[in-house]
Design a protein around this ligand. Structure first.
Ligand code: UD1
Ligand code: UDP
Length: 408
């Protein structure tokens, strides 16, 4: 019997991190041929993830150019996908999330009348311009997709509000599957700067910021807030793996360069990043993925954005929306540095985004859709998405034993 041909399409770092566990799961199934097409919207940051998960693409569009525009990404993806689809002849194309690769991948599948499965479906802010252009990318992808793999019940409800109710499954987020593969108690850092950090005696704060809608004043405010906090807390080391976007690099270097307690480092391989998250004290970020990973690891997160499409972690208590004004970011961070109770309230592990088995469930639902099995989809009330299946929790530095802002 001919195998079912399922082609996963992705191109940026976060899509790769969240799709590689699924690509591997598909490859484990007898009735399925797992095909992988990368657009390489990100080149180096994508390759780094592929190396960690040992995934070898069947097709590589290699589209990235420095300072690329949204139009060039989309048009190059569309043109390149024509050949990939004609050659690999997939029965279904899986796209992930909300990048330009996601939307172009889905549109191209539609032009070829290939069915689309949307992984991480149903996230919404209801603000067309924030996150930009992601909110519109995911809405348009939702219109094209046949199967919608929503991480949480709220994401399913968001789709229902847009009239999308068929083929919607609550599955959890595959990012938790990835975390289960990478975080290890005996992990040894390869990065020379991470090797020199003293996690026992210093509080290490992980910072990332890259979003397009934060370019300009918001990102400058974020940097000013980090600089102010660094000045106020001599025991705190900030580690900022800077995204390869030239704009982000220029801003980070301009506002934060030359400070020996603010480590501006190269993007980290995903296993190093996840293990750094597991060992740090606090995370300050505008990233979507980090908001989903940190709750599993019991790490407080201050989100450096005006809004979030991931309110589940706020409700669970591990994430706070800090905005993009210097004073408010500093105020919320100070609270977590100074107040042990405030810190303890946020630093508990919860899993609003999954239990590490999302890829398995997605593949079962695909098999069921194509008639390869009868018992595919397990409704979410039959599996415990909130169950605490944390991979590993290291001892964390307690504020009680540290010098805090001049007091002990
Ligand atoms: C993209 C996604 C965003 C996602 C982010 C994850 C869109 C519109 N945006 O934004 O949703 O949150 O990825 O990081 O799809 N670069 C390199 N090497 C790399 C990666 C990037 O040099 O490996 C540089 C290039 O100059 C590139 C620039 O970064 O032109 C920006 O990359 P791009 O994919 O256009 O936008 P991101 O801000 O990364
Ligand atoms: N990440 C990584 N190395 C880094 C910074 C981030 O592996 O130096 C991982 C992070 O753990 C998360 C993902 O990349 O899984 C988030 O990607 P990014 O912030 O670029 O995009 P977003 O999630 O905001 O779309």
């Amino acid at each position: 019997m001919e195998k079912l041909r399922i082609m996963s399409v992705f191109g940026t770092r976060p899509e790769a991190i969240k799709m590689c566990p699924l690509v591997q799961e598909l490859a484990n199934r007898e009735g399925i041929e797992s095909l992988c097409c990368v657009t390489a919207q990100h080149r180096q940051m994508l390759d780094s993830v592929l190396e960690v998960f040992q995934v070898k693409p069947d097709w590589d569009l290699d589209i990235m150019t420095p300072r690329q525009t949204l139009s060039t990404i989309t048009s190059k993806c569309l043109t390149g996908m024509d050949e990939a689809i004609d050659s690999l002849k997939p029965d279904m194309i899986l796209v992930h999330g909300d990048t330009s690769t996601t939307f172009a991948g889905a549109l191209s599948a539609f032009y070829h009348q290939v069915k689309v499965g949307h992984v991480e479906a149903g996230l919404r802010t209801y603000d067309k311009y924030s996150p930009f252009p992601e909110e519109m990318n995911r809405k348009l992808t939702g219109q094209i997709a046949t199967l919608h793999f929503a991480p949480t019940p709220r994401n399913r409800d968001n789709l229902a509000k847009e009239g999308i109710t068929d083929g919607v499954f609550v599955m959890g987020n595959t990012v938790v599957d990835a975390i289960h593969m990478t975080v290890k108690p005996d992990f040894e850092f390869r990065d020379e700067q991470l090797k020199t950090l003293d996690f026992e005696n210093n509080r290490v704060v992980l910072v990332t910021a890259h979003r397009r809608e934060n370019y300009g004043e918001p990102m400058e405010n974020i940097c000013r807030a980090i600089a102010e906090l660094s000045e106020a807390y001599p025991d705190v080391h900030f580690v900022y793996p800077v995204h390869l976007s030239p704009y982000v690099r220029e801003t980070a270097e301009k506002f934060l360069g030359g400070n020996n307690r603010i480590h501006l480092i190269h993007p980290l391989a995903v296993d190093e990043m996840h293990n750094l998250m597991a060992r740090c004290y606090l995370i300050m970020t505008d990233s979507g993925g980090l908001q989903e990973e940190a709750p599993s690891l019991g790490k407080p997160v201050l989100v450096l954005r005006r809004e979030t499409e991931r309110p589940e972690a706020i409700e669970a208590g591990t994430v706070k929306l800090a905005g993009v004004e210097q004073a408010n970011i500093v105020k919320l961070a100070r609270e977590l540095f100074d107040d042990e109770d405030a810190y303890a309230k946020m630093a508990h592990a919860v899993n609003p985004y999954g239990d590490g088995k999302t890829s398995q469930r997605i593949v079962q639902a695909i098999e069921q859709y194509f008639g390869l099995r009868e018992d595919g989809y397990v409704p979410e009330d039959e599996w415990t998405i909130f169950e605490n299946t944390q991979p590993w929790r290291p001892l964390r530095v307690s504020p009680r034993h540290r010098t805090i802002s001049g007091r002990t």
